[in-house]
Ligand binder design. Structure first.
Ligand SMILES: [Zn+2]
Length: 364
């Protein structure tokens, strides 16, 4: 065999090995649910946990986004593995209301257009203590936290939530609860005007945003903030994927357009494996068919391609018929799957619907 032929054979062999060794693309199962440590508090032993997970598994809830402390995730991961449920750690990203942490790191938090930090006064609700996305120590801290979770044996991925600014506009149906009628960008809910953000914007655009007479009309200022969240999401996602090979997903607002306008979250540009828009139709005074409309719009407008699992709110789809319509609306408009909020709220009748929908859509 000539030298050239040997070279070609080796090349061919290495190509074949690369193909064989390349891990198959892992994706989310068709049906998933959000769940948390609180659901398991009353369960005295592992067999109770296993029975709880098996009930979901039998109806083809094959994956969970699970919120909980590391020791809880470590405890539950082997049980989920045994039951064959894909386990992702669901961890809020920009919200950190722990009072000790907050006062130790007060400068990491965002500041509104009145110059008031959310450490001093939380917008909307007491837990709304939101980080500044331009503080490098925040990004470092979050990356470390997600990496720790991703490294837990049996964990398939990490799941971002609240990866955004404070709500400029609350969903329509929620505004009366806070005695608000949000027809413009109100300064109390307009973030972040901290020293970092103002200085970085001033350097780039030669104006301090807090001095602008109508900051809502500045496209540069809006884009500057959208970019901060996109950069943060992609930085953490990139590091988690590179160092662990695990999946990264996010709970996001119903469509990229709505997310940009309401919470400055341009999730269409997130480089993640899957987005799970929370298409909670009742929050927006919308019908069930709106779920499919949002799925369709999101698929058509997201700038970076990724899978889409539609998040549905069980309170908006309480009976089996409405749940079936919700799932069909999402799936018939191109969703890769559906995520239920929450696992603990699924009744036996609803699980029967999920099972029937699995037979209809699995393998499509
Ligand atoms: Zn800031």
């Amino acid at each position: 065999m000539g030298k050239r032929l040997v070279g070609l054979s080796l090349l061919l062999l290495s190509c074949l090995m690369t193909m064989a060794g390349k891990p198959a693309k892992i994706s989310l199962p068709l049906f998933m649910a959000w769940d948390g440590e609180g659901s398991f508090k009353a369960m005295k032993n592992d067999s109770a946990v296993e029975a709880y997970l098996l009930r979901l598994k039998r109806s083809h809830i094959d994956g969970l986004f699970m919120e909980g402390k590391p020791q809880f995730i470590r405890r539950i991961a082997p049980i989920a593995k045994r039951v064959d449920i894909q386990l992702h750690v669901w961890k809020p990203t920009m919200i950190m209301p722990d009072s000790v942490f907050m006062h130790q790191h007060a400068d990491w938090y965002s500041v509104n257009r009145n110059g008031v930090s959310c450490v001093t006064k939380a917008p909307y609700a007491g837990y709304y203590r939101i980080f500044c996305p331009r503080e490098k120590k925040v990004i470092k801290y979050l990356t470390k936290t997600y990496l720790e979770y991703a490294k837990i044996d049996g964990v398939a991925g990490v799941h971002f939530d609240y990866i955004r600014y404070c709500d400029i506009y609350l969903p329509k149906a929620l505004q009366p609860k806070y005695h608000l009628d949000q027809t413009y960008e109100m300064p109390d809910y307009d973030f972040c005007y901290c020293h970092r953000c103002r200085e970085a914007f001033r350097k780039k655009n030669r104006i301090d945003p807090i001095t602008m007479s109508d900051p809502a009309s500045s496209k540069d200022w809006a884009e500057f903030r959208l970019q901060a969240i996109v950069d943060l999401a992609n930085s953490i996602s990139g590091k988690v994927k590179k160092k662990t090979g695990k999946m990264v997903t996010a709970a996001v607002f119903p469509t990229p357009e709505m997310a940009k306008r309401m919470v400055r979250q341009d999730w269409g540009r997130f480089k993640i494996d899957a987005a799970c828009p929370m298409i909670y139709n009742n929050f927006y005074d919308e019908g069930i068919d709106w779920i499919g409309k949002c799925v369709k719009e999101s698929l058509a407008t997201m700038a970076v391609r990724k899978d889409l699992h539609a998040g549905v709110y069980m309170g908006a789809l309480p009976d089996p018929k409405s749940l079936q319509e919700g799932i069909e609306s999402a799936m018939d408009n191109g969703a890769n799957g559906v995520v239920f909020f929450t696992a603990g709220n699924l009744t036996d009748d609803q699980l029967k619907v999920v099972e029937a929908m699995y037979r209809k859509y699995a393998g499509n």
